[in-house]
Design a binder for this molecule. Structure first.
Ligand code: R5P
Length: 295
């Protein structure tokens, strides 16, 4: 039976939810959000959702990812109680995804715990975008689809008519992303080696010779958080004579003064998607999410 789809946007993905509903040509159910004086959350589904396929869209973003997770679970479980037939949890930016294993003895594998909470709330599937590492989802019972924003970012970059572009992966973890972007743009790619101190979080990136003189450079990563990873890679490209440098990512968290430090390191533009909405969200992931939901 083909269920009628309806988008239910959480408080952190209102616009993206609307964009997805437009791509799908389906309705939107609004939610009332409130915070009680003691800080507790309140949600109310404002329309009868019964018998439909609800697409709940909620990025779990700063400054309060925990609140995003709690709200998401409130929405999913309430929809189920109200007779929704299927819930797709669309979590474009998935908080805690980087804590996908125990790096130091005794640590909580918080990414895995968050997955379980969302599954237990009643989600029938999870859709996400450029998850840090797919191993996060290994033990879930429900299906998970991780979508790639790389073709959308590539299409956007194509407008810039880049000069003999070189794509740089700032660490080994972003190799596949850099390779696919390079393939999309018909460019070369280079992978840098990054080391992060597990205790202090300090980053060290090993410099290497890259043929970037008078060429445009795109440094691509999944997340820009403190900007430390980007800045190190940008400095390596800049010091070797790169022309324009673009800092490209899917999820621009941009903590503190990271935007300033990235631009100050010599970047022409920061380009990101709307998984984390901000003024650098120049690319919308709505089309790929809608396309996946049509399948
Ligand atoms: C981790 O390896 C990720 O892929 C990113 O490189 C990292 O999250 C970026 O963090 P930051 O901006 O704080 O260096």
């Amino acid at each position: 039976m083909l269920l009628e789809k309806v988008v239910v946007p959480g408080s952190s993905s209102q616009l993206l939810g609307l964009r997805i509903s437009r791509c799908l040509n389906c309705g939107v159910i609004p939610i009332e959000f409130k915070t009680f004086p003691d800080g507790e959350k309140y949600i109310r589904i404002k329309e009868e959702p019964k018998n439909r396929h609800a697409i709940v869209v909620q990025s779990t973003i700063p400054p309060n990812p925990d609140q995003g997770i709690v709200e998401l679970c409130f929405i999913i479980e309430t929809l189920k109680e109200l007779g929704v037939m299927k819930v797709s949890a669309v979590i474009p930016y998935f908080a805690y995804a980087r804590q996908d294993k125990r790096f130091l003895p005794g640590e909580a594998v918080s990414g895995k715990i968050v997955c379980n909470i969302i599954q237990n709330a009643g989600a029938d599937e999870i859709l996400t975008v450029d998850i840090h590492n797919k191993r996060l989802f290994e033990n879930l019972r429900i299906p998970v689809r991780d979508l790639s924003a790389v073709p959308l970012l590539g299409e956007y970059l194509n407008k810039y008519k880049l000069t003999k572009p070189v794509i740089i992966s700032p660490d080994e973890g972003a190799t596949n992303r850099a390779r696919s972007l390079a393939e999309f743009l018909g460019a070369e790619y280079v992978v840098l080696s990054k080391f992060r101190d597990k205790h202090t979080g300090e980053i060290e990136t090993k410099s290497r010779e890259i043929d970037v003189i008078n060429r445009d450079v795109v440094v691509v990563d999944d997340i820009i958080s403190t900007g430390g990873t980007m800045v190190k890679a940008i400095e390596i490209a800049k010091n070797q004579g790169a022309a324009k440098i673009y800092a490209v990512c899917t999820h621009a968290i941009l903590v503190g003064d990271s935007r300033f430090r990235i631009l100050n390191a010599g970047v022409t533009e920061i380009i990101a998607t709307d998984t984390v909405p901000s003024d650098v969200s120049l690319v919308s992931v709505a089309p790929i999410i809608a396309e996946a939901l049509k399948e």
